[in-house]
Structure formats: structure tokens, C-alpha cells
Design a protein. Structure first.
Length: 180
């Protein structure tokens, strides 16, 4: 049975304005690294789609391909099961290409460790990870976030693509769930 959280309040952690500024800053960093080198930007669905959309539209790389993967490890729970399911794979051949994985939040690190290992086995030229939130509260797998929007030590967050049991993704900012 899934653990259920009863929500008392949603407390803003990162406002839409803070996120917009940080996305532009990350785009400058990413553009400085890749320039016009061919790049495959891979969105991790579902949570990464809003961040991904804003980020890739801000980048100036005209040699960029976009693709999507879907992984799941949380289901309707608030913590990772450590069992990663690969629901959708990339369609682009990443062999010999720079790959930028774009994720909503890196928490335990299991999903990203799984994906990085998968892509490394396919001989990507380079692999880097951009995450809206680099959260260390429950980090258990060795994962480096190369482009972190925000660092957060703890808190159960939703909004701007992040969800709890498929709810709250549409919030324009990132909020912490304060349970009853």
C-alpha cells in the first residue's frame, strides 16, 4: 500500500521568478561549455518536462537534438523504491555525441545512476546532468549534478514539473509540502 501524505500547506521554496533567473544562468553555463558542438539534450519524463522546455528554449546551440526518456522509481510513494523501470528509451543514437540529461530533481540518485550507466554503455562522447534541484537529503547513489539549478538539503517538494502521486506538477514555482 502506498504511503499517503495529507497536505496541510504548500510553502514556496523557489518562486517562478527565481526559477526563470536561474534557468537563464544555467543556459549561459551550458552554452559556454558546448558552444555550437553537436548536443543531444535528453528530458527525463515526466517531471523534467517544464524545466527542459524552458532550458532548451534559452540555449543558443543550433546543433542540438532533443529526445526523451521515462524512468520511474517512486510510483505513488514519496520515496524511491530503488527499483528503476525504463518506460521509454531515447530514439536518437547517442554514440559519440555529447549528451545533456535534464532532470527535475536528483534525490536518492538511483534513477540517474541507472541512466548515466545506460548511456555510458552506449558510448556517448560525454555525459552531463542538469537538474532543477540537487537534493542531498536521501542521496545514496554516487551521482554528480553538473548544472544544478538549486541545491536543497531536505524537504518534500512539488511544482514546476515535480509531483506527488501525479499532483501539483502545474504549480509555477517549487513548493514544499507541509504535512498535517
Amino acid at each position: 500500500m502506498a504511503e499517503e501524505i495529507r497536505v496541510k500547506e504548500l510553502k514556496t521554496v523557489f518562486s517562478p521568478e527565481q526559477i526563470a533567473v536561474r534557468v537563464r544562468e544555467l543556459a549561459v553555463e551550458i552554452d559556454a561549455l558546448y558552444g555550437q558542438e553537436p548536443l543531444v539534450a535528453v528530458c527525463v519524463l515526466k517531471g523534467g518536462f517544464i524545466f527542459f522546455s524552458d532550458l532548451v528554449r534559452t540555449l543558443h546551440n543550433h546543433n542540438m537534438e532533443l529526445d526523451f526518456v521515462r524512468l520511474s522509481s517512486y510510483g505513488k510513494n514519496s520515496s524511491s523504491s530503488r527499483h528503476v523501470i525504463f518506460n521509454k528509451d531515447v530514439e536518437v543514437d547517442i554514440r559519440g555525441k555529447h549528451v545533456l540529461i535534464v532532470e527535475d530533481v536528483v534525490d536518492s540518485g538511483y534513477s540517474m545512476r541507472f541512466l548515466l550507466d545506460q548511456f555510458a554503455a552506449r558510448q556517448a562522447r560525454s555525459l552531463r546532468l542538469a537538474a532543477l534541484v540537487d537534493k542531498h537529503e536521501r542521496r545514496q547513489a554516487d551521482v554528480k549534478v553538473d548544472f544544478a539549478g538549486f541545491r536543497l538539503n531536505k524537504g518534500f517538494i512539488v511544482g514546476y514539473g515535480l509531483d506527488y502521486a501525479e499532483h501539483y506538477r502545474m504549480l509555477p514555482g517549487v513548493c514544499e509540502i507541509i504535512p498535517e
